[in-house]
Design a protein around this ligand. Structure first.
Ligand code: CTP
Length: 402
């Protein structure tokens, strides 16, 4: 899987830099074109000549060195890279990546790359556990950077704890697993809906709900990273993951049109959107004014039902694998089973939003996954990103078994 890939290896200044030599050597033996970029501090630990010899390519260190290829060098390398792996990744480089600092060749390159990025942290346990480092890792994880390790054990500073760089073999294995995963989704189209729709009452007000779009955007990101072609139809005011086709909508009717436009050739549809079930009969053209402001003042709004997009897809579907999401507050399983049948979906992910850590707005979820064949799995509390990864995995298993 790795043969022929252009892999940029960032090497930072830590004692684990010597292990990067074994990593570069292993990647080169797998047939990768390895391009090593060192920080100046890294050159204190290992001579650039080591990496040049192992990779067979020039090593980049200085931002303003005479370019070895004619293009602005960090941009040229960034465009060429299929994968980037920073090993060892020091606390310093993680902080620079999290804040977008670009003050040397490696950090500048890391801002310019568009390919998947892996980091293998290596540092003393106290530095690794420091709130700042943990925060930076969280920021990077949220941005789709994959974190390999670190392992626990004896450290060069004489203490024992978490912070040892993962072994080169483990890093190569992580890259291979990633590429295999990508291969399995390549050529498949996934349509994801996200966010809570807003149904206008007048030019400044709407009826809305608490759907935040976190789950749907996490899913879009995971499917995109897994190699699928992703269309994200979102009603959330949230940044869309890079590389997905993002269609922004506001109302349920707009969402329906956008979904139908991309449904025919979709292989998988995941509907996490919290679609408003009703909308005002007609949105007022002008702002609705208070009549008297007295206590007995009443405003009556007549609502009509919105189309049930998922149920419509359930009636139309041919090859598509349909996944619905349901947020419930009571009789959770009974409602979920009824929805699964009524909407003719293949899988329904249900959560009890009254549980702490589940539902709208939070970064975690606790769900039960029900399938058309009657199988049922209860998943424990996990981040929405982890849930998205696990869901992508079970959907793929179902697709492959069909
Ligand atoms: N859904 C949809 N269109 C609607 C309502 C819901 O596509 N008008 C989809 C949601 O995106 C979700 C699933 O149906 O994937 C379940 O949503 P939920 O709101 O739980 O279902 P409802 O049918 O609206 O049932 P309830 O009476 O519980 O609101």
């Amino acid at each position: 899987m790795l043969a022929g890939k252009h892999v940029v290896c960032g090497v930072c200044g830590g004692i684990a830099a010597y292990k990067a030599a074994a990593l570069v050597s292993a990647l080169a033996r797998k047939g990768c074109h390895v391009h090593v970029v060192m920080t100046r501090a890294a050159t204190e630990f290992v001579a650039p000549l080591t990496f040049r010899s192992l990779s067979g390519n020039p090593v980049c260190i200085e931002m303003f060195a005479e370019p070895k290829i004619w293009k602005v060098e960090h941009v040229g390398l960034a465009e060429q890279a299929d994968l980037t792996v920073v090993a060892p990744a020091t606390a310093n480089v993680l902080a620079k990546m999290a804040t977008g600092l670009a003050d040397d060749f490696l950090s500048t390159l890391l801002l310019a790359v568009r390919c998947p990025v892996f980091v293998a942290p290596a540092m003393n346990e106290a530095m690794f556990c420091h709130e700042a480092t943990q925060h930076n890792l969280e920021v990077l994880r949220g941005r789709g950077v994959r974190i390999i390790g670190p392992a626990a054990g004896m450290q060069a500073c004489g203490t024992s704890g978490v912070g040892r760089m993962s072994e080169p073999g483990e890093i190569v294995a992580a890259l291979e697993v990633f590429l295999t995963q990508q291969g399995r989704w390549r050529g498949r189209k996934v349509l994801v809906t996200a966010g809570g729709t807003r149904e206008p009452l007048d030019p400044v007000r709407y009826i809305g709900n608490a759907g935040s779009g976190k789950m749907g955007h996490a899913l879009a990101e995971v499917f995109q990273e897994s190699g699928a072609e992703v269309v994200l139809v979102t009603a959330a005011e949230r940044e869309a993951p890079g590389g997905v086709k993002c269609v922004r909508v506001t109302t349920a009717e707009q969402m329906r049109s956008a979904v139908l436009a991309d449904f025919a050739d979709a292989d998988v549809v995941v509907k996490t959107a919290a679609v408003a079930d009703y909308r005002p009969v007609q949105a007022a053209e002008q702002k609705i004014k208070k009549t008297g402001g007295q206590e007995d003042d009443r405003l009556r709004v007549e609502l009509v039902p919105n189309p049930d997009i998922l149920a419509e897809l359930g009636r139309m579907k041919e090859k598509q694998f349909l996944v619905g999401f349901a947020a419930e507050t009571h009789d959770v399983l009974a409602h979920a089973e009824e929805k699964l049948r009524r909407k003719n979906v293949d899988m329904l992910v249900v959560n009890d939003v009254t549980q702490e850590g589940a539902g709208f707005g939070v970064d975690t979820n606790i769900v039960t996954v029900l399938c058309r064949d009657g199988s049922r799995e209860d998943w424990p509390l996990m981040s929405k990103k982890e849930l998205a990864e696990r869901l992508a995995e079970v959907v793929l298993e179902r697709l492959q078994s069909d």
